[in-house]
Design a protein around this ligand. Structure first.
Ligand code: CP
Ligand code: NVA
Length: 339
């Protein structure tokens, strides 16, 4: 499998129109068939890491990917930087506070500058509306590297990991416990049903997915044969689950609420007792960073059912496939093997 940058432009603008450009701002931006295609490409690229080169300098192909962080990161930063390099490009990492965006310059103006220089814009930020504004003003793909509402790149890695360990996604039951109003809960719900999974979400009253997210997930589940269960009862969510997932109870920006949150979510810990309710061969996911003794017991995350290190590695493979796929579907590169 090979790929090249599309090379029909003579000026700085990419050879595509805004209407053709594909972005990945939330999990349901990929249809079920497209999600499966990205996951298949990820598996192929994991086996042959340098086989797809959408950012290699070729004609007027663009090499640089802007990777902007308004919040801190380890995995997202390293996986995007490594993935872009693997695919012949250069990742320009912009750390929190280093650019004008958000304080001296609007998102719209930033997008209009970046789209003339880079091949893809990756952005970790707060409000999802910022990502929408970035995408509306960009002819190059914009990727959500986590916002307050979604973490869709993480879910591509999670699904790839589940597929590797379970063989298929359709029909599996995936249960998430903890802060069920956060970005990870929303993404588990939306990405899980897109893959045809039965997704169960458990958290305390007031910390459950919004009616809009639940409705979007239910619509998608009708299409795929998946299902949605949202409950305050962790046992109801866990019973017989094939996949058990959790996330920190204190997301970035919520540090002031830490003490209250540790009390609020204590019945939703993924500990040894919780795991007894899941299927005996259930796998455990955590996007990391993890807080042992709170949302997950040390004996679980460091135990035999944990696949969290595969999950972390798969950020690299899944995001490489996503970037290549978006470039291909936007008409900015050609990836052999994609229609
Ligand atoms: N899981 C994840 O996104 O990790 P980082 O915050 O370290 O990027
Ligand atoms: N919910 C967490 C995810 C970290 C990867 C946060 O937003 O901080």
């Amino acid at each position: 499998m090979t790929s090249t940058a599309a090379s029909s432009t003579t000026g700085p603008s990419p050879a595509t129109s805004k209407s053709r450009t594909r972005h990945f701002l939330k999990d349901t931006d990929l249809s079920p068939a497209e999600q499966a295609e990205v996951l298949d490409l990820a598996a192929r690229m994991k086996a042959a890491p340098y086989s797809v080169q959408p950012f290699a300098a070729d004609g007027n192909g663009r090499k640089t990917v802007a990777v902007i962080f308004d919040k801190t990161s380890t995995r997202t930063r390293v996986s995007f930087a490594t993935g872009v390099a693997d695919m012949g490009g250069n990742a320009l990492i912009i750390n929190p506070g280093e650019a004008q965006i958000g304080h001296k310059e609007s998102v719209e103006d930033t997008a209009k500058v970046l789209e003339r220089m880079v091949s893809t814009i990756v952005w970790r930020t707060g409000a999802h509306s910022g990502l929408v504004a970035m995408a509306e003003n960009s002819r190059v793909p914009v990727i959500n590297a986590l916002c307050d509402d979604y973490h869709p790149c993480q879910l591509l890695a999670d699904l790839l990991t589940i597929k590797e360990h379970k063989g298929a996604l359709q029909g599996l039951t995936m249960s998430y416990l903890g802060d069920s109003a956060n970005n990870m809960a929303n993404s588990y719900l939306l990405a899980g049903v897109t893959a045809g999974m039965n997704v169960r979400i458990a958290g305390p009253e007031g910390y459950l997915p919004s009616p809009e997210i639940i409705a979007a997930a239910e619509d998608r589940a009708v299409e795929t044969g998946g299902s949605v269960l949202v409950t305050v009862d962790p046992a109801e969510a866990l019973l017989g689950a094939d996949v058990v997932a959790t996330d920190t109870w204190v997301s970035m920006g919520q540090e002031d609420e830490k003490e209250a949150r540790l009390r609020l979510f204590r019945d939703y810990s993924v500990d040894e007792a919780a795991m007894k309710l899941a299927a005996p061969d259930a796998v455990v996911l955590h996007c990391l960073p993890a807080y042992r003794g709170y949302e997950i017991a040390a004996g679980v995350i460091d135990g035999p059912q944990s696949v969290v290190w595969d999950e972390a590695e798969n950020r690299l493979h899944a995001q490489k496939a996503l970037m290549a796929w978006l470039m291909h579907r936007s008409g900015l590169a050609v990836v052999d093997g994609l229609g």
